[in-house]
Design a protein around this ligand. Structure first.
Ligand code: PMP
Length: 414
């Protein structure tokens, strides 16, 4: 069976040629099939080259020296910020704060906006789908401020019903912090009406866009959220780099989180004053090579075209879900109508960890367990799943391979 996608076979081949890890052979010389993009995407060649250029030619610190290598590093670092800003249609590069990833971006938001705005009894509204990165920072903040976590339940198919979500807002809701795409089930949450509703009530909005930014066009101004968080390693960039985007006025109003070099304007023993955003939130030496790599990743994605990436994503994930659900003894966990990037499943009689290990022997890389989203696993009545996750490089052959391997695993396991 084949599926027609927005990215034709020739372009898929070109994309794959740019992702050297996909050429790996594993175990007994089996060609690897990489279906773990929701955890981390393979690194694109231009990313590897940009990082290497920094390491080899101008591995200096940013912002702090007058010598040529330092200015080259600073220029490349700030150019990467501008690349990311353009990629998400931010109003200005200064709205993009570099962080270690989505987790740090959400913690940054919780410890700045949250710590300065939330009081006892104020509600932070999340969904049942959240990754731990969008649960635990709010629980930590609740211990300090007395704010309360309030959860929009999902439907039995793992989708979020807009009417149900809207009914969960209360007079005490101060923040809507919501995932755009679930890493565990692949559900695309229809966040636009939730954001619009929050805005109309003066409620601040933060979007966990970790699974969205490398999968679909993102225009933060059209989206209307106050802030979004995402990670470089889920969009073909390096690990240890990600972003918090927030609109300029909001970012300007936030107090610092971590203190140290770069985030200050002046320092004396009597007190200090703060730098302007985004540097106010980038204390210490940042991940310079990571940021430069992320800049290269977004240019690479722009070259492919995010509309094509999104269309391919929907087609390929839909095909994957159909094929896996057609295999005897396989049950999909989460069957939302709108799905992107990930398909979670369990196999009757085979523990997810065993299934993942056996698929690995066939060269198929999947993820097993709770996917850092324990509450949604519990809500779906499982302790964990096998998750196959895709990207703009996923080919029909990849889907054929997992379908065949899973069928074989089930036959052999008995
Ligand atoms: N949110 C979602 C939806 C994710 O998929 C992930 C990564 N699995 C995170 C947050 C955390 O991202 P990171 O580990 O890069 O900080």
């Amino acid at each position: 069976m084949s599926v027609s996608t927005a990215i034709g076979p020739d372009q898929i081949a070109a994309i794959r040629a740019d992702l050297p890890a996909l050429a790996r052979r594993v175990h007994d010389d089996v060609p690897a099939v990489y279906l773990d993009a929701a955890a981390s995407t393979p690194r694109a060649k231009p990313v590897i080259e940009a990082v290497r250029a920094f390491d080899e030619q101008f591995p200096a610190n940013v912002h702090r020296a007058t010598h040529q290598m330092a200015s080259e590093a600073t220029e490349a670092f700030e150019a990467a910020r501008a690349d990311v800003a353009r990629f998400i249609s931010a109003a200005a590069p200064g709205e993009v704060v570099f962080t270690r990833g989505t987790t740090e971006a959400i913690n940054l938001f919780a410890n700045t906006w949250g710590a300065s705005s939330l009081q006892a009894g104020d509600e932070v509204l999340i969904t049942a789908l959240e990754h731990h990165a969008n649960i635990v920072p709010w629980q930590l903040l609740a211990q300090r401020t007395g704010c309360v976590l309030s959860v929009i339940d999902c439907e039995d198919d793992g989708s979020i019903d807009t009417e149900r979500a809207l009914s969960c807002f209360s007079d005490r809701t101060r923040l809507l912090s919501v995932t755009w795409i679930s890493n565990a089930l692949g559900t695309i949450v229809d966040i636009e009406p939730l954001i619009a509703h929050a805005r109309s009530r003066g409620i601040t909005t933060l979007v966990d866009a970790a699974q969205a930014v490398g999968h679909r066009p993102v225009d933060v101004r059209a989206l209307g959220a106050d802030a979004i968080a995402f990670s470089g390693h889920k969009m073909f960039g390096p690990t240890g780099i990600g972003c918090l985007w927030a609109h300029g006025e909001l970012l300007d109003s936030l107090p610092p989180w971590q203190g140290g070099g770069e985030m200050i304007d002046t320092v004396s023993f009597d007190g200090s004053t703060w730098n302007t955003p985004p540097w106010r939130f980038e204390a210490g030496t940042p991940n310079i090579s990571g940021a430069i790599g992320l800049g290269a990743a977004v240019r690479w994605l722009e070259h492919i075209g995010m509309d094509a990436v999104a269309a391919h994503d929907l087609a390929v994930t839909g095909d994957l879900a159909r094929r896996l659900s057609g295999i005897d003894r396989v049950r999909l966990v989460g069957t939302p109508t709108h799905r992107s990037g990930a398909v979670s499943f369990v196999v009757d009689g085979i523990h997810p960890a065993d299934c993942g290990m056996l698929l690995d022997r066939h060269g198929i890389a999947v993820r097993t367990g709770h996917h850092c989203a324990e509450p949604i696993m519990r809500r779906m009545g499982v302790s964990g799943t096998v998750r196959a996750s895709t990207g703009c490089f996923t080919s029909v052959d990849d889907i054929d391979r997992i379908e065949q391997a899973l069928t074989r695993v089930i036959e052999v396991f008995g």
